[in-house]
Design a protein around this ligand. Structure first.
Ligand code: G6P
Length: 487
């Protein structure tokens, strides 16, 4: 907020994402408000709440239409509104092609090295282009000046920066790509690679979580477009414009009032699931997605029980697997595989009254998740490939008791910052199994020291710093442009 006021005075902020920050749903008890399980939303919402402005997103809730005004606007957060949510309506056909098809069967597996073959259909591409145009129209309709800052979010909108640039040449367009960017060889699979790159280079700033993804993007541009690349300045000049390509590691809002834990935080969880006090608790929290390495962590657990059979009966794994994109075959298959593997492991090691894995495939509120994070002895993030992974950071931020061990995949962006986690390769079940042993036998002092260091990192590199550094860079670009045009 301060950076905006000081460095970019009188500049309106427009955020664009597919997922909306507030979803209104019809239920038998009336309309309820839900916050989606999305890393993107949990990072962007505190920023928009603080800075104000307009957030444009697809209105996907069953009661969304009933809650907007004539301009499809709704003031949010409902309890104390500080910004406007503008909903864009998409038809079943548009959603099928743009969201399920091109974004989630094409771009998502393309960008994650999770060995799921991307599917590219011409009809999905048509829908993707049409929906990007629809959102560009919404941005133009919402913009009150010709120089707004537009914050474009993620792989749903690769074409949007160029479409906005054509109609608002003086806008500052900051695009953040929340998922990895693959190497040029892998990226070349996409039949519309040139158009995707061209679209993104309409941005003033293009952000990724880590430098590797910036390098991969730059290499892709180098390979497929005629452009001028300034590697030292991290800038790409193309079609008369310049895009700064930079790493901005995303984060979370540091919890405001840390409640120091005096009672056993695992009490309710143990009562609810019948977990005895002397049994340790490991947790996994994610959308059920093939990039998250959920099956792989269960294989590691299997390996751990084989190698350390004295732990059978003394460790329970609680896995939250919120249903996600369940209309897609790859996700349905994963759900079935997951149920089968859990049944197999529970069958192998379970006894009357002891179930090694408890799978909860439903949505949980932020409060329930915070309770879970606090109750855990171990939190496992075993993504096969992940832009950042905010579960790792949320776990650390929740542990004001400075206890708990994080087992973290080396292929999640978070592993570049949370160096005191137990870093594992999820493709190697036996070494991940040993990480369980290491975590469970870690001396108290070492556990605290590791957690304290990780908490310092997340506290200072929080989501406001993430947004702040992009805005500072944007202000710098605008000043430089003003100086150039004056000279
Ligand atoms: C995760 C990814 C985001 C992405 C979101 C989409 O949170 O990290 O980059 O935008 O999934 O999820 P959705 O449920 O909206 O398809």
């Amino acid at each position: 907020q301060k950076i905006l006021a000081d460095e970019l005075p009188d500049t309106e902020v427009i955020v664009v994402s597919n997922r909306e920050p507030y979803i209104h749903e019809k239920t038998p008890d009336g309309v309820v408000l839900r916050k989606p399980a999305s890393g993107l939303v949990s990072a962007l919402e505190p920023i928009t709440r603080t800075c104000g402005g307009t957030w444009i997103a697809h209105g996907g809730g069953s009661a969304d239409r009933e809650t907007v005004d004539q301009q499809d606007h709704v003031a949010v957060p409902p309890e104390d509104p500080t910004y406007t949510l503008r909903r864009v309506w998409l038809s079943e056909e548009e959603l099928k092609g743009y969201y399920l098809g091109f974004a989630n069967e094409g771009m998502w597996p393309l960008c994650h090295i999770a060995f799921t073959r991307p599917i590219f259909r011409a009809a999905d591409w048509d829908a993707y282009q049409a929906v990007n145009r629809k959102f560009a129209d919404a941005v133009i309709a919402e913009a009150k000046s010709d120089r707004p800052i537009v914050l474009v979010q993620d792989y749903h909108f690769a074409l949007l920066p160029r479409l906005i640039r054509e109609r608002l040449p003086n806008a500052i367009i900051i695009t953040f790509w929340h998922i990895p960017w693959p190497n040029a060889e892998v990226f070349s699979i996409c039949p519309w690679r040139e158009q995707i790159l061209d679209g993104l280079l309409g941005s003033s700033i293009l952000g990724f979580h880590i430098q590797l993804h910036c390098n991969n993007f730059t290499e892709s541009v180098d390979r497929f477009l005629e452009s001028r690349i300034d590697r030292e300045g991290a800038a790409i000049s193309y079609k008369g414009g310049t895009t700064l390509v930079h790493a901005y590691p995303i984060s979370i809002e540091w919890p405001k009032k840390p409640k120091f834990i005096t009672t056993d935080p695992s009490r309710t969880l143990r009562d609810r699931h019948g977990i005895p006090d002397d049994v340790k608790i490991a947790i996994g929290v994610e959308r059920l997605d093939y990039t998250k390495g959920v099956l792989d962590r269960f294989h590691a657990l299997d390996e751990f029980f084989t190698q350390h059979s004295d732990w059978i009966g003394r460790l329970v794994f609680l896995q939250i697997a919120a249903p996600s994109r369940s209309d897609l075959p790859a996700y349905k298959l994963l759900h079935e595989e997951c149920l089968a593997l859990v049944a197999e492991i529970n069958d192998r090691y379970g006894t009357d009254g002891y179930q090694p894995i408890i799978l909860l495939d439903e949505h949980h509120t932020q409060e329930e998740l915070a309770e879970l994070y606090r109750a855990a002895d171990i939190c496992v993030v075993s993504s096969l490939h992940d832009g950042m992974n905010l579960v790792a950071k949320e776990f650390v931020a929740s542990r004001d008791d400075e206890r708990g061990v994080l087992i973290l995949s080396t292929f999640a962006g978070a592993s570049r910052e949370l160096l005191e986690a137990l870093i594992v390769n999820p493709f190697d079940p036996s070494s991940m199994g040993e990480a369980f042993f290491h975590a469970l036998t870690m001396p108290e002092g070492e556990m605290r020291e590791r957690m304290q260091r990780m908490r310092e990192v997340v506290r200072s590199n929080n989501v406001f710093r993430w947004a702040g550094s992009m805005l500072v860079d944007a202000a710098r670009l605008r000043k430089r442009a003003a100086l150039t045009s004056a000279s």
